[in-house]
Design a protein around this ligand. Structure first.
Ligand code: PEP
Length: 252
């Protein structure tokens, strides 16, 4: 079912104590306030501790920032979808642009990650988005279409329905340069059309498409008001309780 979701991606930030303090502050600030699903995408070593804190509160969910594309085996230092599920993880980010850029993750690997995550009961938040050169060339819709087709469109409808998509233009991530509301809405609507062509209108209408890229307390209300923007994936602004809760409160 389509819903607005706000997910905070801590990336490689915070010690355990700092992270738990942040979660505690967010939970306190949102006490008694109705809101849509709030997801914390925390570093792997903190999953279990954060899972414990979130267990007792409705509306808060735990995500990992990545999983490996193999089920198990001799992959020193890697973490499997099964391991994530076994410590109470519910969502997993797949295909974040930093993983694609710095770890050379390919669409083929991402498709395998999506398959494994679903097989282990995790809900993928699939990230897509174009670099600046592609945006400037005006071929961004085609670029994102290729990412979706290569990593998601092999799924059966029932599995596709478990996916949330995060549109994150790379030129807006961590740069302070947000997509305008028009740019975000245009791409989100285009993604919904792509999903509709593949799976039909009802699936497309039910798909949550989050915006990511320098989303903050100031621009979130306008972005989230767009008809095809269903919340956000938040990096930098998820690291401060005050900023993150303001973004959560901007949900429609
Ligand atoms: C992200 O990394 O997913 C992200 C959107 O980062 P930021 O909000 O810092 O641009």
């Amino acid at each position: 079912m389509r819903q607005q979701i706000v997910a905070g991606n801590w990336k490689m930030n915070k010690t355990l104590d700092e992270g738990l303090e942040l979660v505690k502050n967010v939970l306190e600030r949102l006490e008694q306030r109705p809101h849509g699903p709030v997801v914390f995408a925390v570093p792997h070593p903190y999953l279990q501790a954060v899972a414990k804190m979130l267990k007792v509160r409705k509306g808060f969910h735990l995500a990992a920032q990545n999983c490996h594309h193999e089920e198990k085996g001799a992959f020193t230092g890697e973490v499997s979808a099964d391991m994530l599920a076994s410590v109470g993880t519910e969502y997993v980010l797949i295909g974040h642009s930093e993983r694609r850029q710095y770890f050379k993750e390919t669409n083929e690997q991402l498709a395998r990650k999506v398959n494994l995550a679903l097989a282990k009961g995790l809900l993928p938040i699939f990230c897509c988005g174009e670099p600046l050169a592609i945006r400037e060339r005006g071929t961004h819709v085609g670029y994102v279409a290729k990412q979706l087709k290569a990593a998601l469109f092999h799924l059966h409808e029932a599995d596709f329905r478990k996916i949330a998509i995060a549109y994150e233009p790379i030129w807006a991530i961590g740069t302070g340069r947000t997509a305008s509301t028009e740019q975000a809405q245009e791409m989100h609507a285009a993604i919904r059309v792509l999903v509709s062509k593949k799976y039909g209108k009802s699936v497309a209408d039910d798909t949550s498409i989050l915006y990511g890229g320098s989303c903050n307390a100031q621009n979130a209300p306008d972005l989230f008001r767009q008809p095809d923007v269903d919340g956000g994936l938040i990096g930098g602004a998820s690291l401060k309780a005050e900023d993150f809760t303001a973004i959560v409160n901007a949900m429609k």
